[in-house]
Design a protein around this ligand. Sequence first.
Ligand code: AGP
Length: 608
Amino acid sequence: MCGIVGYTGTQDAAPILLNGLKKLEYRGYDSAGIAVVNDNNISISKVTGRISNLCEKTNDGQLLPGNLGIGHTRWVTHGAPTDTNAHPHTSNDGKFAVVHNGIIENYMELREELIDNGYHFESQTDTEVVVHLIEMYYTGDFKLAVMKASERLQGSYALGIVCADEPERIFVVREASPLILGVGIGSNYFASDVTALVAYTKNIIYLEDGEFAEITADNIQIYDCAGKPIEKRTNRITWDIQAAERGGYEHFMLKEIMEQPRAIEATMSPRLQNGEVHLDDLDLSDDYLKSINKIVITACGSAYYAGCSGKNTIEKLCKIPVQVELASELRYNEPLIDEHTLLIVLSQSGETADTIAAMKECQSLGAKTLAIVNVVGSTIAKLADYTLYTWAGPEIAVATTKGYTTQLIVMYLFAIYAAKKLEKISASEYKELIEELKSLPKLIQQVLDMNPSIPELAKKYHSSDSMFFIGRNTDYAVALEAALKMKEISYIHAESYAAGELKHGTIALIEEHCPVIALCCNEKMTEKTMNNIVEVKARGAEVLAVTFKENTKMASLADDMIMIPKVNVLLGAPVEIVPLQLLAYYVAKENNCDIDKPKNLAKSVTVE
Ligand code: AGP
């Protein structure tokens, strides 16, 4: 996944492009570049590595004067991270420059055709075919050349295109990759997402797949795929750039961990009125709900692990079988899905390629889809039959925290709402569940306030080569997410195991001082999990237990403990995960890792 940005207006473009790219760097950061049009010339600067290298090379953009330009920050898909492979890519005649987010799936055949037509390629990227196609089709009409080139492309692409002969115009094209337009006064913008623009304008237009736009300083004209002008609504962004800034925290990840009580409050409160759960415009009829014989939850990464926790709650309250499927598997395994299946799609970004593909596969089989996403107007939000947003605000750190916990909250709201409509819970159970849900922000704040003990624990465990996260039932689902958090930001090999599985092989790996993080917050399972702790202790493990403060027996068993408030196990995951998010954060900090931008990762994986 990459980030693209563009500007035209009364100001110098380069500094605006660089600022925008800094905000998009979480989308990919192995190389970057900008192109600025000035006096019918295109000036280009490209670097490998971070945006800061580009700022240095261009003297913060001063070396590229001009008030129209495009920029790109890259996450490698085709071709190593080199200056040559960095975007923007230029045509052989130097008249065009293009930035691209996505994958051109038919680029090899186009590359051969273009080479046969005498075009010379400099890079190994798929993107470069776009700029040569535009040159090939250009006979003086910029818009027509863009349309003809786009018609040849297969795959996913958000494109920004400039032309030296047309120093007043930028063309952008959207197909299966996010692209938004920023409407200013005497200036206009485009970007992969809002965080790149919100410092300049809060008036945003979301392009849809198949649409393209012509951007000048004073106007934005949008066209459908046939080139017919269309009108689109301008949306007003409600949060400001501070919300997307670090707010005084050393890392976005810590800020977003600390924001969770507020993010959960913002997600929940509008949907809890007068003691009832109101789910926006989710008009699921009682008849439809009764017709559901299976719920499938699909997602990737942490969203999948959120689904593993949500499954327990939805199944136990609604008495409907729930299966959780990795989207990258579901899309290919010919699932047994029909009109009686409700597909719940979880995604923070709303742009994850595997999740989109799995969703389309299930829709083609007749399933209704409920999307639980954080990014307004994202592809998954638009594709779904129903959408419930997690109002977590922008999540910048690659490792999700508030995105994950707010997904849990929305699943809990859905479970309580549906169970009541299906008459699977009594009025008193309904009331009690709502009260317990409302207490979660306060309980999470309590866990955050006990924060001082966790950095000390991190000092003890940060040099481990591997870690095991064990738990049973609801604890196991949280252990899955806890292990991923540790892996993706501290690079320590961490595995999660159903505690009952240890004796079936894994315990062979437990040796002297091997850290085992035991999640023990499910009262029904406490004794069993504590037996597992005895087993690993007998083999030399160092055990850090996460348990509720009433579990006094743990003190005589575990080497270290993190106490959390006792919560209804069906609603407890957002509380239980918080200390483990913090543990991963402080371990990574001890190891001097790049916490907000871990190596090899991107915030949203918009390619397969
Ligand atoms: C989570 O910390 C990871 N960054 C990753 O697993 C992420 O959850 C996954 O790529 C899904 O992303 P999405 O929620 O935006 O679809």
